[in-house]
Every structure is written in C-alpha cells, then in structure tokens.
Design a protein. Sequence first.
Length: 319
Amino acid sequence: MKSSIPPAGTLVTELHYSRSSARLSLAWLMVLSVALELLIVPERAVAQRPVGIDVSTFQGSIDWAKVKASGITFAWARASEGVGYTDPTITINETNAVTAGVLIGAYHHGRFDLNTGTLGASDEANYFWGVASNYITGAGSYLMPMVDLENIVISGTSYDPGHFGYTKTTFSQWANAWCQTLSNSAAAVGVTIKPVIYCSSSFATTWFDSTVAQWTPWIAEWHSTNPKPLPQSDAPASTSPWSTWTVWQYINGTPTPGITAPNVADQDIFNGNWSSLVTTLVIGGASRFGPSVVGRVGFNFMDPADTGSSGGPQGFPAS
C-alpha cells in the first residue's frame, strides 16, 4: 500500500496535516488494523491443523469451556469397555463439550481378550451402541465413533493379541467385525458412519492387514524425548496398513486447561484443516461449530515456529 505520508528525510514545503487530522488518520489506521486482524486470523485458524484431546473418567471433572478457550476444537470421550462397563463420565463429557462448542465423539475400549472372535467383536459393538447411540445419531456435533485397540494390561503386564491366540488375519477380522457391526446398527436408523480405529503405529503394523484400511486411522506415536514432535508440521513415522494418517496422538499425559491437575490428557491433531475435519470426521459431514481462533495457552497455533511460554515447540511442554 502506497503511503500518502512522505518518507523520512523528504523536504515538506506545505503542512498537509493538522493535529486533528493526524489523530483522525491514526484512528483510521487502528480501525484498519483491527479489520485486517479479523480477516486474517479466522483464515489462519481454518488453515491450521485442528488440535484435540481424548478423555475418560481418569480426567475427572472437565471444564469444557476452558478446554475450548485454550484452542482445542475436538475430542473423544470413552463410553464403554468390553460388554459390561460404561464410563460414568460419558454423558456429562458429551453434553458439556457440545455446549462449549467442542466437536466430540464416543469411543469404546476393546477387550478382545475376553470377547474373542468375530462374534465377540460384534457383541462389544452392540454393547457400545447401547451406550453411545445418542452420540452417533445426533449429527452436526458428534465425531465418528472410535474403537481403541491396544495391548491388554493385566496385573501390570502387557499382552498383545498373540497371547490370546490371534494372528494378524484373525485380529484384523475382529477389528472389521466391530466396525461393520456398528456401521450396520447406524445404517438401520438412517445414519452413515465410518468408524475410527485407534492404535499405536507399531501395533497397527504388527496386527492389522490391508482389510482394516477401509476404516479411519488414529495413530498413536509419542516422541517423549528430543527431538520433540511439531504437531503442526510433523507426522507419525509409520501408518501401515494405511497409506496415511487421519488423526495422530502425538503425546500422552499433557497438562490441559480445563482439566484439573494432577490429571492430564493425551493430545491429538487432525491431518488437514478445519473444513476437512468436518467432512471427514463429523457425522453427517457438517457442523454448526466453527474453528477456534485462540491458540492453546503458551502456544500460538498460527505460527509453527512459536515455542510459546511452555518452553517446547508448538505447545509441547519443555522437559
């Protein structure tokens, strides 16, 4: 923009600006500055990768308004586990997140050790549907449902699916049966879904074959030591059997506004902008919510190089 004010060192033969007109010019500059900020910031907010969290009863009572104000725009909350456990916080988390303007989905913790084979997977999907169907049929605010598949910890010892007699093929069948059974339940009431599978990158490589790639991947891959991940620009190292990732859980156990210490939450990021998150993950493909234009405390999401007051890159806590 060409300035009407002569640059420094220019000989001015006439006084073009009185004090009053100078004040007026300054006022207009301030107005223009605010207007430009209003135009630019939402544009940047739409362009950045949206950030989310996943929660359960372990996070305690959550202030979702503070979560939203910190820049987090999506979440998943645990609804059930196996065929007999319902998370006591599922209703309040889903309700309060929606009220605060956070897109939220429900997830199920798979117990393939207790409910084996494809029949066991279908039983678990049906149990989850009984708990979480309200958060699947209510389009516009809810994310695609997710199944959490990872090693089973019993008395402090972690067991992979092989311990319970699964092969890569039969475990993939378990995952497919869960997702397909749930999809069929939703379709029966006129709702189209594509379930999400959460797993670590190493778990996915070891236990899923290409048949599982029909579902949406949420890859957990933590970098707990340097070099720390840059969630706005980095990616998980492996996504097999998927060709790419959709959601990445890039760190676990992070202090989060709205979650009272010592409780912490895992941090997640979507591989795309706000618009693609809505079309990919929101049931119905549309939402009445908009992207957040406020960065998380201590981190400016608008600037991938910003370390913020947290001392770590892109909001990652300093070690």
